[in-house]
Design a protein around this ligand. Structure first.
Ligand SMILES: Nc1ncnc2c1ncn2[C@@H]1O[C@H](COP(=O)(O)OP(=O)(O)OP(=O)(O)O)[C@@H](O)[C@H]1O
Ligand SMILES: O=C(O)C1=C[C@@H](O)[C@@H](O)[C@H](O)C1
Ligand SMILES: [Mg+2]
Length: 192
C-alpha cells in the first residue's frame, strides 16, 4: 500500500497528534509484527517524518542487516543499533520503527524509554509466521526450524515488549484498522 491512506476520523488524527506533541513514537515488536508497514502509515496519518531504524542502520553502514550479522556478529550489530537509535531519538516528533531486537537490548531500551512513546505491536505466532516466511532476509530465522525459533523469540521477548507504554494487536485485518488502533492508543495518553 503506497497511496494515501483513508483515515475515517480526522478528529482521531488531531487528538493523536496533540497527544504525541514533540515526542517520538517508537514501534517495537517481533519480526513481522508490522512495525515498518504500520509505522510508515501512522507517520503519514500524523504528518510527521518516518524513520525505519533497520534502514537507517543499513544506510550508515552501507551494508545489509544480513551482511552485518554475517561479518561482525550480533553483538556488534546491537552496538551499532544502540548508537543509531540514540541519535534518532534526539529530536522529534517522528515515527521510528525499530528492528525486532532493539527494545530487547538493555542499552537501546534505556534510550527508547527516555526519548519516546512506545507502542508494542503484538501478534500471535501464526500471523507472524505467515508474514515472515515469505522472505529469507532475517538472519535470526536462518535456522533449521524457523517457526520454532520465532516461537522461542516470542517466549523470551514478550515479557520485555510488555514494558512498552501502549500495546496494539497487529492481527489479520486491513492495515488501516491497525493504524487506527495505534492512533487511538496514542490519543488515549492525552493529559497523562
Ligand atoms: N495488518 C496487516 N495485514 C496484512 N499484512 C501486513 C499487516 N501488517 C504488516 N503486514 C505485512 O507483513 C509483512 C511484515 O511486516 P513488516 O515488514 O512491517 O514487519 P516488521 O515488524 O517491520 O518486521 P522486521 O522486524 O523484520 O523489520 C509486510 O509484508 C507487511 O506488508
Ligand atoms: O528480531 C531481531 O532481533 C531482528 C529483527 C530485524 O528487524 C533486524 O533488526 C535484525 O534482523 C534483528
Ligand atoms: Mg521492519
Amino acid at each position: 500500500m503506497n497511496g494515501l491512506m483513508e483515515i475515517s476520523s480526522p478528529e482521531l488524527v488531531r487528538q493523536a497528534r496533540a497527544a504525541l506533541g514533540s515526542r517520538n513514537l517508537v514501534l517495537v515488536g517481533l519480526m513481522g509484527a508490522g512495525k515498518s508497514a504500520i509505522g510508515r502509515l501512522v507517520a503519514q496519518a500524523l504528518s510527521v517524518p518516518f524513520v525505519d531504524a533497520d534502514h537507517e542502520i543499513e544506510r550508515v553502514s552501507r551494508m545489509s542487516i544480513s551482511d552485518l550479522f554475517a561479518r561482525y556478529g550480533e553483538d556488534e550489530f546491537r552496538a551499532l543499533e544502540a548508537r543509531v537509535m540514540k541519535r534518532l531519538l534526539r529530536s522529534g516528533p517522528r515515527v521510528i520503527s525499530t528492528g525486532g531486537g532493539a527494545y530487547i537490548n538493555e542499552r537501546t531500551r534505556r534510550h527508547i524509554k527516555r526519548g519516546g512513546l512506545t507502542v508494542w505491536l503484538k501478534a500471535d505466532l501464526d500471523v507472524l509466521w505467515e508474514r515472515v516466511n515469505k522472505r529469507d532476509t532475517r538472519p535470526l530465522l536462518k535456522t533449521e526450524n524457523p517457526k520454532q525459533t520465532l516461537e522461542n523469540l516470542m517466549n523470551a521477548r514478550y515479557p520485555i515488549y510488555a514494558e512498552a507504554d501502549l500495546t496494539v494487536l497487529s492481527r489479520d485485518v486491513r492495515k488501516e484498522e491497525v493504524v487506527e488502533d495505534v492512533l487511538a492508543a496514542i490519543a488515549s495518553t492525552i493529559g497523562k
